[in-house]
Design a protein. Structure first.
Length: 132
């Protein structure tokens, strides 16, 4: 009886883990990106939003005019596609958005401070466009 309960517990645990890590793979926006370091973990720059932006899907972030955005990578655009950067917003008013990383059009922002030039080209991976 004890072994049966252990088995039920393990199966329940595995089922909940599977549900917790499920997500959606989205189409890649680019094959290469520019980063400040090889791990793409350092902030490239700080930018200010020139206008509002409503995210069209889960790869993107919502932005309000005047918000500060930390830029982590810059996608190298494919021919005929837009130029998107990856970042997270910082704002005193829209706290629920802080810490969420996503893409936004580079034409939407003005870089106000460059911390470290994004000069290292790194291939994008499927996880760069994964939605939870």
């Amino acid at each position: 009886m004890l072994k049966l309960l252990d088995l039920v517990f393990v199966l329940t645990l595995l089922g909940s883990i599977n549900q917790a890590v499920s997500g959606v793979m989205m189409e890649k926006l680019a094959n290469m990106k520019l980063c400040a370091d090889e791990e793409c973990s350092h902030t490239i720059s700080l930018a200010t939003a020139n206008d509002d932006y409503n995210a069209p899907d889960c790869r993107f972030i919502n932005i309000k005019k005047g918000q500060l955005i930390y830029v982590y990578s810059k996608l190298l655009p494919e021919e005929g596609s837009g130029e998107f950067w990856s970042g997270s917003v910082y704002s005193d008013r829209y706290v629920e958005q802080m810490g969420i990383i996503g893409y936004f059009p580079s034409t939407l922002v003005t870089e106000t401070h460059v911390f470290k030039e994004g000069s290292i080209e790194i291939p994008t991976t499927d996880i760069d466009f994964y939605c939870v």
